[in-house]
Design a protein around this ligand. Structure first.
Ligand code: ADP
Ligand code: ZN
Ligand code: ZN
Length: 797
């Protein structure tokens, strides 16, 4: 038999499966979707079997055999293999990238360079021999000291360099103790009278004959040590075995089972629409303001699906995959829920994935890649906050979870629900056209009024002599809440502020030597780091330009706000949530639960606090500067600003206490700000659509972004130029090709960056042209050291 294998060689000019002979010893075991180790050139690489067939069109004698089968069960099923192929064509990526993104990281290949013995041990220089006594190879990382010797041996041919694939999968094993079930056998065992521990354990065994218990549990219950257990095992009182087990990511909050709420009339109407389409590949757009009860609808439709014996995928943006959300799902569905997010270790993620694969769970709540959950019998897919850009992966494969969801819904004949308070313009436009069915929730579920939103004109504050980052109104409100013992959330739009180092005399801002970007100041280590290439150095004592000693540091936005806040309300207890304070595992959760328990008066943070916060005592939200996203060079700037303001405002007054929001801005008249104030989505949509039509951006036009990089500026310019000429002569006249031009950050890691943009409404020749570009790249430009990346549907340009 022959296997078609997609190999992990992402630079090969032709992206197609290669034929390999299946050795007869494993012929009955091999299946499509399994991972294999195969020879490729003079290396061994990982591959996925995509097909098994009786014949090959190539000379069977020249086919290489599969080196090793790495799985006993396929890691990808037929559906996902098919989807990977489609993803490759849709996003213009390598098929291997599409396959790898579908499996947990623990199942991806990790290559290890090593040196293998190719001769008898005696023929090798003696200092090397001890290395080879234990195993027939040395790992590169262990060979640094003897590298010179190894090289000499390699010249003689007694040692050869090789790569091998490290299996990363770590199935967790626990030790189980099976107590012998015959009482007579147990009583016959002889224990010395002074072996106190053994006697104690035996007493336990006699009471628990025939039982199986985890060894750590046994040790806890009896207080004996592992050697004591072993000594009784040797005497025949028990047996030991290893059992596979799952790592259990612990939640801080205890889970109580909860029942479903009675839906409001509006919720019921939306629920009924979805319910009546449960076995149809239909896409719904559920447009409901924050707090309108969307999540409750998700929970109840999922419940319905589970009762049909099917499974459901619930996607949420990484950032809002808060413990609160997880708890809400576990309260309703208990052990039937798997959770996948970036806070888990690779082992924990692998365990959650195995539960899905073995159909031990029925629901997965997870971020983007959970869309590949290997369920066999999907009944529903939900994307909450469907407008979030984190649903799009920003490196290859550049897929959008929404597209994958719709593909799977057609495969399984099940609906997709896209939910949002602020739908993406693309989705709303599709709903307007009737491609998606629109469901609307206009009121909050508990009928709470929307928070009162006030826009504060910061120019006015300046005119009145207030130079602080807090307007008088916001500062007063913060003091007022402090007195009333209610909580405040302060939101800082992170992108606009970044920590940097500046010379006060000549104005020089310290730059990365490898990139066209300023270095970020890290207070804890007194260093300056480049977030693009990883370069770092100590903060200089004198300015490299003018030798002045007047170096100034600007902390991150949140640190600065914290300092200023202390001047406004010195007595307030403040929690800060930003990249600095959430670096350690579980930090995010700890800060949130501390705030939830009322251990702080004010929560100060970046984007990451914009979502998911649902605490009844928050009555004030302050947005320090609404403008920072508005001025980004991005066609989505207004859309993002509208979304952000709506999300942040939604954090206030979620329970009985009414909420107030202050939005500070230097451009308070902008429609994204004025319309977000009253959550007027429709007028915002109309106005923004008009802008997009004029500027020629989605949803009126589709956009493709092509990026080139090279060490040499002339070369990259030439590459971009050649590409644009090719596109101009091959694409239809109605298609716009913009550029080439240098990218916004024109140099990263000493590589120059160029880009061009394709805008089109209908372009039948697009796929073909992209395939041609890739071919040209792999046969010509790759060898010259250039990179090419194509983004078929960029979320921002
Ligand atoms: P969304 O997902 O749209 O933000 P949620 O589903 O989180 O809204 O609901 C907001 C709040 O209203 C939550 O506290 C939730 O428990 C409550 N809620 C939702 N539906 C109902 C209902 N039918 N009856 C009572 N309370 C509800
Ligand atoms: Zn200077
Ligand atoms: Zn850099």
């Amino acid at each position: 038999m022959i296997a078609e294998v997609i190999v992990d060689v992402a630079a090969h000019p032709i992206d197609r499966p290669f034929d390999y002979a299946i050795p007869s010893a494993v012929e009955v075991l091999a299946e499509p979707g399994m991972r294999v180790k195969v020879p490729f050139g003079n290396r061994k690489v990982l591959g996925f079997i995509t097909k098994i067939k009786p014949f090959s069109e190539f000379d069977p004698k020249r086919l290489k055999p599969i080196h090793e089968l790495m799985d006993v069960m396929p890691v990808l099923n037929g559906e996902l293999l098919k989807m990977a192929h489609w993803m490759k064509e849709q996003t213009v990526c390598f098929e291997i990238d599409a396959l790898q993104v579908m499996v947990p990281a623990a199942l991806r290949a990790k290559y290890e360079k090593r040196f293998v013995l190719n001769a008898a041990l005696e023929e090798i220089a003696s200092p090397l021999r001890p290395y080879f006594e234990k195993r027939p190879f040395i790992r590169l990382q262990d060979a640094v000291d003897v590298y010179g010797l190894l090289k000499k041996e390699m010249e003689k041919g007694t040692i050869i360099a090789d790569t091998d694939i490290q299996q990363q999968t770590a199935v967790k094993k626990v030790r189980m103790i099976h107590v012998t079930d015959s009482l007579e056998a147990l009583e016959a065992i002889d224990i010395r009278a002074n072996a106190k521990q053994q006697l104690k354990l035996m007493e336990y065994f006699l009471k628990n004959a025939g039982r199986t218990i985890e060894s750590s549990q046994l040790q806890k219950e009896t207080g004996v040590t592992l050697p004591t257990i072993y000594s009784l095992v040797e005497k025949g009182a028990a047996q030991i075995s290893n059992m596979e087990s799952y790592r259990d990511p612990k939640l801080l909050t205890a889970i109580e089972q909860k029942s479903f709420l009675k839906l409001t009339e509006a919720q019921q109407t939306a629920f009924d629409s979805i319910d009546s389409a449960l076995n149809t590949p239909k896409t719904f757009l559920l447009h409901g303001i924050t707090g309108s009860g969307k999540t409750e609808i998700y929970l109840q439709t999922i419940d319905k699906v589970l009762k049909q014996g099917k499974e459901a995928i619930m996607l949420v943006p990484e950032i809002s995959l808060t413990p609160q959300m997880t708890v809400r799902f576990k309260e309703r569905f208990g052990d039937q829920v798997a959770v996948l997010h970036s806070g888990l270790s690779a082992g924990e993620k692998y365990d959650e994935w195995r539960k899905i694969q073995r159909a031990e769970v029925k629901v997965v709540v997870g971020a983007r890649s959970a869309i590949f959950a290997p369920f066999q019998n999907l009944g529903l897919i939900i994307l909450d906050e469907e407008h979030e850009s984190s649903y799009k992966q920003d490196d290859s494969p550049r897929y959008h979870a929404r597209d994958m969801a719709i593909w799977r819904s057609e495969y399984h004949n099940c609906p997709v629900v896209l939910g949002s308070a602020t739908p993406s313009l693309e989705s709303y436009a599709r709903a307007q056209k009737g491609v998606y069915e629109l469901l609307v929730l206009e009121k909050r579920a508990k009928n709470q009024p929307l928070p009162a939103v006030h826009i504060v004109d910061m120019r006015e504050e300046l005119r009145n002599g207030n130079r602080s980052m807090f307007s008088v109104q916001l500062a007063d409100a913060i003091r007022d809440r402090l007195e009333k013992k209610q909580q405040t959330v302060l939101f800082l739009n992170k992108r606009g502020y970044s920590a940097f180092v500046l010379c006060r005399d000549c104005g020089t801002v310290m730059q990365c030597p490898n990139c066209d970007i300023s270095l970020t100041y890290h207070r804890s280590s007194e260093t300056m780091k480049c977030h693009y290439c990883g370069y770092d150095e100590r903060v200089p004592k004198t300015c490299p330009e003018c030798e002045s000693e007047h170096i100034r540091f600007f902390g991150t936005g949140t640190q600065k706000v914290e300092e200023e806040l202390a001047k406004v309300v010195p007595e307030a207890r403040v929690l800060r949530m930003d990249v600095d304070t959430t670096r350690t595992k579980g930090a995010h959760e700890k800060i949130l639960s501390a705030f939830g328990e009322g251990k702080a008066d004010i929560l100060l943070g970046t984007q990451m606090i914009a979502k998911g916060l649902d605490f009844p005592n928050i009555t004030l939200v302050g947005v320090l500067s609404a403008d920072t996203t508005l001025h980004l060079p991005d066609f989505r700037a207004a859309e993002k600003t509208y979304q952000l303001l709506t999300q942040v405002s939604g954090r206030a007054g979620r329970d009985i206490l009414p909420g107030t929001v202050f939005v500070q801005s230097y451009t308070p008249e902008h429609y994204a700000i004025t319309l977000a104030k009253d959550q007027l989505y429709e007028p915002f949509y109309e106005q923004e659509m008009a802008m997009r039509r004029v500027s020629g951006y989605p949803p009126y036009y589709y956009v493709v972004n092509i990026q080139f990089t090279h060490e040499d500026l002339m070369t990259v310019a030439e590459y971009a130029d050649q590409t644009v000429r090719y596109l101009n002569s091959h694409l239809s006249p109605g298609t716009l090709i913009i550029g080439p031009s240098a990218s916004l950050i024109a140099r990263v890691n000493n590589r120059y960056r160029y880009q061009c943009l394709i805008k089109y409404k209908k372009e039948p020749k697009l796929t073909d042209a992209m395939q041609q570009l890739i071919k040209m790249h792999r046969t010509e430009w790759l060898k010259k050291g250039a990179t090419l990346s194509i983004d078929m549907n960029p979320t921002s340009v």
